[in-house]
Structure formats: structure tokens, C-alpha cells
Write a protein that binds this ligand. Structure first.
Ligand code: NAD
Length: 478
């Protein structure tokens, strides 16, 4: 494999790699050029049946594997991710478009997620409830069973690792269907697990027609858990399918993160932090700051500073060293952002920076800032998932909280204020699974990551992520 090429695109089922061999295929594109990088084989129904059978065998073996042995494999996988970070980053950038430095950071962060889960694998404790002498109740945890995990293309290295790690730490097997648009990163990640010694049947990797794959896997009595990262509409559809067999679910869905910026914030520092965070991964992040509600006293300075910084961002192919923002990952995103910008401008939003597709054959869109955006604008109500910042003014803290809680989503929220009393109020009253004050970092391996309202339920990472892959039993002994 040379620079600019993907490794072989295959499925991994029942301990063997399966190539095209007569299967239908789907083209994988380079979003920076629009060129085809490879042909991805799509699973047949026989492949999915084989994956389910293997997953049951894998579960039977893995749940009986001592936790220390499971932990050692997770730790070794982490070491391989670190060792192979450059190769992994090259693949992720090629098929997803993000700058190489961001993709490399993904590989290292994914390694730290694995290391945390290696620790958790040996800490799946229960409780003893003493009663009268000779009588006691035990509360024990055991792995829920084979997991069906589906994840999106925006973090092609982290998303697969975040799905596989808690399942393995809990003692579950897993069938992973990553995005068909970024398959090679997931293949390279699964190779790290296998090279670290993961037995063949414990993890299956499939690609296919998403609807066919999810209907098959979720209808099977073998699957006992659904874990999904992706859009709200697809999440709702999968929840309906999963309810037929009453399986456990972890749903990490979209958001529409509000940012509340108060007059007393450190303005320059706030701007530097927010602009970098907004355009990271071309805004294609579930926790991307989206609605910037800015207090009247600093709104004009904030808007000018934001637009000026956004206008300086260098866009380009993620493989070029000076690129700060790559293309959007697929033509759907650039088209959706274009429509949202036109819609907002047609009802009075002011264009402060960017506003259109950037030159080049790929799916580029300029870092775009809109000011005084009406609440009726589509972008103020649907997740843009792209390089679009929406600015509005507010007067009081009550106004700001009402704006933050206006939508049916509740993933991340950001607040910038030096006032401690107000920080506490915002933490208690803003509807979001993650509230970040005077910063933008939402994710640490030991902290629960997840949303409320239509952004989903259940957490990834933290002890909560493993807990979501376990069932609790009470055993009363006399
Ligand atoms: P989409 O809803 O079509 O797909 C999102 C992901 O879900 C993709 O990876 C896709 O392969 C998968 N998917 C789609 N249908 C599925 C099905 N029936 N069964 C199983 N998996 C299925 O959207 P898209 O155009 O790829 O992305 C745009 C939207 O997705 C954005 O508006 C954003 O809300 C959302 N998104 C969210 C996240 C996140 O981290 N929460 C990540 C990526 C995309």
C-alpha cells in the first residue's frame, strides 16, 4: 500500500477475511478529490447469518475468558494503535478528508480509550448484601450477549474503537458495521485487535446496505444489545427494530450544541477556542458548537472576531501540511450546508464569512459564519453537521437558558462566563448530557459521553459505558 492507496477492502466474519468474490460492491471516495479509492464488498444475507453464528460462538468463548486476559488484549491493541498511528491516520485522511494531524490524534485518543477499558475489564464488581447470619444477597453483573454496533464516518478510527472496547471489556462479542464511506480505517483498527490476539469469532466486521444489515442483525435472537452512533432519524428507526426483541441499547445520536457567551467572558481567548473547535473536522462532530448565543454587550465584537478568524482558516486536502480544515466527508454534507445557508440568508441572516463551496473537485465548503440568524432558519432547528456557525444575540441569563433548551436535542452545551454563581445555574438548568464551562473538551476516556432528549441515552466511555453492556442479577442465598 503506498501513499494515496487504501488497503484491501474486506469483511471479517468467523475468523476469516472475505473479499468481493461475486459480492456487490460500493465505491469508496476520496472527499478531497472525488476520486474512487476502492470497491467495498457488501455483505450477503449468508454473510450476516455467518456473522451471527460466529458472534454466538465468540460470546460463549469470550465470556469465559478471564478478565485479566481480556484486559491484556485491549492493552496490546492500544499499543498497536500507537505504533501504527501514522499509517492509520493516512488511511483515515484519505477516505474521510480530515487533516492528518487530526487523524493522528484520533489514533492516539482511541488508544487511550482502549487503555481505560482494559482497566475496567477487571473491575466489573458486584455487591454483597449481608442479611441474617448464613443469609445474603449477591448482586452480580454479567455480559449482556452479542452486540450489534453501527457507527458513523466522522471519526473513522475512534468510532469503531468506542464501540468495540466496552463490549470486549464487559465480556461481550460484537458485530460492527461501520460506515461504508470510511471502511478502511475500521479494517485497520480490527487488524490491531486481531494482531493483539483477539480470538477470531469475538469480533465480526461487516459492511453492506445499512437497512438490510440492521434489519437482519436486530431481528436475530442472538443479538442482545444495540449500540449506535449516528443521526436521530436513523437512531429512531433502529430503536423500533430493536424493541421487537427488547434488547439493551446505547444511542449516541445527533445534537445541535448551544454556546452561551456572556459579557464577562475572556473574549479573545473564548474566540480562539471556539473558532478552532467549530471548524475541527469541518464541523462534522456530534458535539460541534452550532448555535452561538452571545450577550448583547459583546455581540458585535464577538461576531467580527469570529468572522475574521474563520476567514483565515486554510482549507485544502487533509494530506497537505498547512491544511487546517479539509473537505466535508461526502457530497450530501456540502449540499446540505449550501441549502441551509441559502435558506437562512433568504429570511434575513447576515453572511459574515464564507458562504459557498470552495474551489476544487472534492466536497469542500468554506468555513461559514452567519449573524443575527432568525430562529425560523432551518439551520437553527436541524443539525448542520458541517462548517457553519450561527450567531444570535441574547439579553439575560434566563433568555440564554431558554434558547439553549429550545430544541429537542441535548448532547453538549458550552458556556463562557467568569461568574461562579451563573456557572452553577447553567450546569443545573441547561438540557445537555455534557456541559462544558469556559472550555470545549467534552471527552475523556473515564467520563461518560452521551446525551439526553432526542440526542440519545446510555453513555459511552467511563464505567457507565461498560455497565451498558452488562445485565444485573440478584442472587438470594440462604
Ligand atoms: P445518515 O443518517 O444517513 O447516516 C448516519 C450513519 O448511520 C452512517 O454511518 C450510516 O452508515 C448509518 N446508517 C444509516 N442508515 C442505517 C441503517 N438503516 N442501519 C444502520 N446504520 C445506518 O446520515 P449521513 O448523511 O451519513 O450523516 C448526516 C447526519 O448524520 C448528520 O445530520 C448528523 O446528524 C448525523 N451524524 C451524527 C453523528 C454522531 O456522531 N452523532 C455522526 C455522523 C453523522
Amino acid at each position: 500500500m503506498g501513499v494515496g492507496a487504501l488497503p484491501e477492502l474486506q469483511l471479517y466474519i468467523g475468523g476469516e477475511w472475505r473479499g468481493p468474490n461475486g459480492r456487490d460492491t460500493q465505491a469508496v471516495l476520496n472527499p478531497a478529490t472525488g476520486e474512487t479509492l476502492g470497491a467495498l464488498p457488501l455483505a450477503t444475507s449468508q454473510d450476516l447469518d455467518d456473522a451471527l453464528d460466529a458472534s454466538q460462538r465468540g460470546f460463549d468463548a469470550w465470556r469465559s475468558t478471564p478478565p485479566e486476559a481480556r484486559a491484556a488484549i485491549l492493552d496490546k491493541t492500544a499499543a498497536l494503535l500507537r505504533e501504527r498511528a501514522d499509517a492509520l491516520a493516512a488511511i483515515a485522511t484519505l477516505e474521510q478528508g480530515k487533516p492528518l494531524a487530526e487523524a493522528r490524534g484520533e489514533a492516539f485518543y482511541a488508544a487511550s480509550i482502549l487503555e481505560f477499558h482494559a482497566g475496567e475489564a477487571v473491575r466489573n464488581y458486584g455487591r454483597v448484601l449481608p442479611r441474617a447470619p448464613g443469609l445474603r444477597s449477591l448482586v452480580t453483573k454479567q455480559p449482556v450477549g452479542p452486540v450489534a454496533a453501527f457507527c458513523a464516518w466522522n471519526f473513522p478510527i475512534i468510532n469503531p474503537v468506542r464501540k468495540i472496547s466496552p463490549a470486549l471489556a464487559a465480556g461481550c462479542s460484537v458485530i460492527l458495521k461501520p460506515s461504508e464511506e470510511t471502511p478502511a480505517s475500521a479494517i485497520a483498527v480490527v487488524r490491531c485487535f486481531l494482531d493483539a490476539g483477539l480470538p477470531g469469532d469475538v469480533a465480526q466486521l461487516v459492511f453492506g446496505l445499512p437497512d438490510m444489515v440492521s434489519r437482519t442483525l436486530l431481528a436475530s435472537p442472538i443479538t442482545r444489545k444495540l449500540s449506535f452512533t449516528g443521526s436521530v432519524p436513523v437512531g429512531k428507526q433502529l430503536m423500533r427494530l430493536a424493541s421487537d426483541t427488547v434488547m439493551r441499547m446505547t444511542m449516541e445520536l445527533g445534537g445541535h450544541s448551544p454556546v452561551l457567551v456572556f459579557d464577562d467572558c475572556d473574549l479573545e481567548k473564548t474566540l480562539d477556542t471556539l473558532v478552532a473547535h467549530k471548524f475541527r473536522n469541518a464541523g462534522q462532530v456530534c458535539v460541534s458548537p452550532t448555535r452561538f448565543h452571545v450577550q448583547e454587550g459583546i455581540y458585535d465584537r464577538f461576531a467580527a472576531g469570529f468572522a475574521e478568524r474563520a476567514g483565515r482558516i486554510k482549507t485544502g486536502d487533509g494530506r497537505d501540511a498547512d491544511t487546517v480544515m479539509g473537505p466535508t466527508a461526502n457530497p450530501r454534507r456540502s449540499a446540505a450546508i449550501e441549502a441551509m445557508v441559502e435558506n437562512a440568508r433568504s429570511i434575513g441572516a447576515k453572511l459574515l464569512a464564507g458562504g459557498g463551496r470552495a474551489d476544487g473537485a472534492g466536497f469542500f465548503f468554506q468555513p461559514t459564519v452567519l449573524g443575527d440568524v432568525p430562529l425560523e432558519a432551518a439551520a437553527m432547528n436541524e443539525e448542520p453537521f458541517g462548517p457553519l456557525a450561527l450567531l444570535r444575540r441574547f439579553a439575560t441569563v434566563e433568555d440564554a437558558i431558554a434558547q439553549a433548551n429550545r430544541l429537542p436535542f441535548g448532547l453538549a452545551a458550552y458556556c463562557f462566563t467568569e461568574n461562579g454563581r451563573r456557572q452553577n445555574l447553567l450546569g443545573d438548568t441547561v438540557d445537555a448530557g455534557m456541559i462544558v464551562i469556559n472550555n470545549v473538551r467534552t471527552s475523556w476516556p473515564d467520563a461518560p459521553f452521551g446525551g439526553m432528549k432526542e440526542s440519545g441515552f446510555g453513555s459511552e466511555d467511563g464505567p457507565e459505558g461498560v455497565e451498558g453492556h452488562m445485565v444485573t442479577k440478584a442472587i438470594h442465598v440462604s
